[in-house]
Design a protein around this ligand. Structure first.
Ligand code: COA
Length: 182
């Protein structure tokens, strides 16, 4: 899919106009701000190190190339021209090629207004196009909001990895959640 393709627009629960689209080169600085603000707030995501503009250039160029070749689903949520969230589904390879791995995050200030749920459903729709039949994700066991959203859109807990996470010096389990999408 081409960079910057608009997929869908909707109103969030608080009336904000949200557009879901594929990423584009012009997102570079927003991407950097996005990931670094999540790292700074110690959000319960896999990443804990701030990125540099150089590392982000490498990351976004690889992402855009994969999106263009339909090797990955990547969605950006935009509100008032601002990059506020991202959701990806990455298909695995070989005998696992029908299995996709999902990641999602929204900027602080844009949560709890229904954007996450809409992004996941749109990402699943796009992933079906790429031949994905099953989607898995891993979430920190203490991330109650994320787990609630995942269950709401149909994911079920299928596994637990004891002490998988060390968050702020404390061990925590991670949960594996899975949904069949076709
Ligand atoms: C997790 C995340 C992607 C969800 O997206 P979102 O847009 O906030 O989710 P939605 O608005 O669609 O839904 C939020 C739901 O969680 C509920 N919720 C909020 N805080 C909660 C809590 N502490 N415990 C349980 N449910 C909670 C809300 O009431 C809402 O449920 P409802 O629609 O049934 O009322 C987003 O909050 C986020 O980016 N969080 C920080 C980063 C992160 O945790 N990423 C996921 C890593 S696995």
């Amino acid at each position: 899919m081409k960079e910057g393709t608009i997929l869908r627009s909707f109103d969030a629960k608080d009336g904000k106009k949200v557009t879901l689209r594929t990423p584009k080169w012009g997102d570079l600085d927003d991407c950097l701000h996005f990931i670094n603000s999540l790292v700074e707030e110690k959000a319960m995501i896999m990443m804990n190190e701030k990125q540099t503009r150089d590392s982000e250039i490498g990351w976004i160029s690889q992402l855009l190339s994969s999106v263009e070749r339909d090797k990955i689903v990547a969605l950006i949520a935009e509100v008032d021209g601002r990059f506020v969230g991202s959701c990806e589904i990455t298909p695995k390879r070989g005998y696992l090629a029908h299995l996709g791995s999902l990641g999602i995050s929204l900027l602080n200030g844009y949560r709890d207004i229904g954007i996450g749920q809409e992004m996941m459903l749109e990402a699943e729709k796009q992933a079906r196009r790429l031949g994905v039949e099953v989607v898995e994700l891993e979430v920190f066991a203490a991330n109650a909001r994320a787990i609630h959203v995942y269950e709401k859109v149909g994911y079920k807990v299928t596994g637990r990895v004891p002490n998988a996470v060390k968050w702020n010096g404390e061990y925590m389990d991670s949960l594996i959640m899975v949904k069949r999408i076709s």
